[in-house]
Write a protein that binds this ligand. Structure first.
Ligand code: GDP
Length: 301
């Protein structure tokens, strides 16, 4: 079994594989199976450029390597694909709970992403998540641009019985988040969950606002929120937000409406940052830790 693994990824013990009657994998052996794999990745909504890169990597790893005679090229490919997908999907993963436990309080989390993707709901879900883990939280609305944003987050804060911090519409979001951090310090609150605007006059304004928050508030974690179902749009946005605000990870909402999980692999690949949670419904408890192995298996089903 040990030998099979090594042969399948193309490393080491080649001579031994020959001795046991191995077969060299030729480029043309890979054409058809890789095409089939590509179609299945694309049908799972993995972005085309990302799918092509993954497959090119697999080809490079496998061409000219030796497989045991008992294995078919398909079997070798299957395990190579699984490994390649897992590598992409698990990029940057860290032990979130341990990280939270070890960070000096208050731990400040700021959420970025465009309107309508479920950002506000996700903040509320995380407040519930932290409560279950024994942490207190304050909710702060750094979206001072959108009318109704204060009320929306306040409703969640009330429903969850959390302190809510906000300023007038049009105020400085950095000042709101700063106030929330001060409040948390003064009242021994463990976690600050700060919303930010999902849209401003121009995307330059938005990115400048995020940069200012980054500079002045210096959050412990900046998380990007988008919809699993948004496919390529979400990938594009993840990359833009990551360039502007250096995200530490992503949360994908509405995964309940996306059985395949292709956006996760694309976003992890283009940002190099971990997917940390999946939103799986509209209730406060509908938030799951992202499990790279489970998503890999689902993509390969
Ligand atoms: P925001 O504008 O990004 O803050 O979006 P909201 O938090 O207001 O959410 C927009 C809509 O998406 C609401 O109807 C939410 O209930 C819904 N929503 C949020 N997360 C999820 C999720 O994980 N699954 C489903 N099915 N709906 C969600």
């Amino acid at each position: 079994e040990e030998d099979d693994r090594e042969v399948s990824v193309g490393f080491g013990k080649r001579a031994k594989a020959f001795a046991t009657g191995g077969v060299i994998i030729q480029p043309e052996h890979l054409d058809e199976p890789l095409e089939t794999l590509e179609l299945s990745l694309l049908s799972s909504d993995v972005e085309m450029g990302v799918a092509e890169e993954i497959l090119a990597g697999i080809r490079e790893n496998l061409e000219g390597t030796v497989r045991a005679q008992v294995q078919s090229t398909d079997m070798v490919l299957e395990s190579a694909l699984k490994e390649a997908l897992f590598d992409v999907i698990s990029v940057g993963q860290f032990d979130f709970d341990q990280h939270v436990a070890e960070t000096d309080k208050p731990l400040v989390m700021v959420f970025t992403g465009v309107n309508g993707v479920g950002k506000t709901t996700t903040i509320a879900k995380l407040a519930r998540y932290f409560e279950r883990h024994g942490y207190s939280a304050v909710l702060a609305n750094g979206d001072t641009y959108r009318a109704g944003a204060n009320e929306q987050l306040r409703e969640h804060a009330d429903a969850l019985d959390k302190k809510f911090i906000a300023h007038e519409q049009g105020g400085d979001p950095t000042a709101v988040l700063y106030d929330a951090v001060e409040y948390a310090r003064a009242n021994d609150v463990d976690i600050v969950l700060g919303d930010t605007a999902g849209r401003l006059h121009t995307s330059n304004d938005l990115m400048a606002q995020l940069e200012k928050i980054d500079r002045v508030v210096d959050p412990d974690m900046t998380l990007f929120v988008d919809e699993a179902v948004a496919g390529q749009d979400a990938v594009q946005r993840a990359s833009e937000f990551n360039d502007a605000a250096e995200i530490d990870g992503a949360i994908l909402t509405k995964a309940d409406a996306d059985p395949q999980g292709g956006a996760a692999i694309s976003i992890a690949h283009v940002t190099g940052k971990p997917i940390l949670f999946l939103g799986v419904g509209q209730e406060y408890d509908d938030l799951e830790r992202f499990d790279p192995e489970q998503i890999t298996d689902r993509l390969l089903e």
